[in-house]
Design a protein around this ligand. Sequence first.
Ligand SMILES: [Fe+2]
Ligand SMILES: [Fe+2]
Length: 366
Amino acid sequence: MKDTSHDTSHAELHAEISDQFDTTAMATETTLLNPRFYTTDFDEMDRIDVSPVRGDWDKLLAQMKSDPNRGHFKKNEDWDQIDWQGMDPALRAEFIDFLVSSCTAEFSGCVLYKEMKRRGNNPDICELFSYMSRDEARHAGFINDALREAGVAVNLGFLTKAKKYTYFRPRFIYYATYLSEKIGYARYITIFRHLEAHPEQRFHPIFKWFRQWCNDEFSHGEAFALLMRTDPKITESWQARLWIRFFLVAVYSTMWVRDHARPEFHKALGVDIDWYDQEVYRKTSTIARQVFPVEIDIDHPRWLPGLRRMDAAMRDMEKAQKKGGLGGWIAHKAASARAMAAFAGLYLIPVKDNRPPASVRLEPSY
Ligand SMILES: [Fe+2]
Ligand SMILES: [Fe+2]
């Protein structure tokens, strides 16, 4: 016999949670901190010639073609049922925010990679982007399944049409996407290793999937490393150094502010956010030595205070925006000036020089 009482409470729960969270609106919103959708000069990207890295390229693509994670992104007996209703409301709100933002970021990769594959004629490039969009679609879909259980799946089809796209030149796409893939790897593996040691703090089954997941992100990062290695100008000119430094500071500081907005989520995982972020920067920076000529000095005495100033200024900006009116406008201007000053302070911390090795390829090692 069908247990209708369960169905009812499930439906009520869905209604209750979905009234609180319009996740599609959350994902569509364009703010400084939300993951964005990107577009670029696809024709320029299509002209890339991968012959200078052909050997490594063919090996990497063969590995991606073999699709080692084909069966991974499916719920199985390891997927524990979650009591969404019983979850502490503050934790639930932050966790849903985390899932929505991760899903948006994964889907953003999917949309960009798919478009590249669709518009390209270069067989090497089309093949790479078809594998990468395949992976990101799986990642976004898997997170969205977890959201669906809470009754708050993101409408991804709507998002594709409604979300604003940010244009970046191909070179900037390489820096930003390479970094976000490697950071994605470092974030997933750091959480996975932490929960491996503290399984009692794994409050949702999705974290069990992070290990194989992060290997996908690692190889996506490898692909961008190879693309950057096709032309020394992309990373070696003095302008490239300045821009890479800019992207490192922008991506790292955004991550800091975003993570610090989720204290309950990290408390539930038993993760100290300062430690976690520094750990992710450290892993990412070590990996990025394969291709970036500069490295941020995250142990510099001005680094953490700069990030904290940035975080405080961004919070004040948000408060001012909510307040509205003339007072809010003035407060917002003042806070954004402080955020810019904090950013400049971080940017001006002397960087460490790095000479990327002759061979670019790495394997995941954390
Ligand atoms: Fe992904
Ligand atoms: Fe990825």
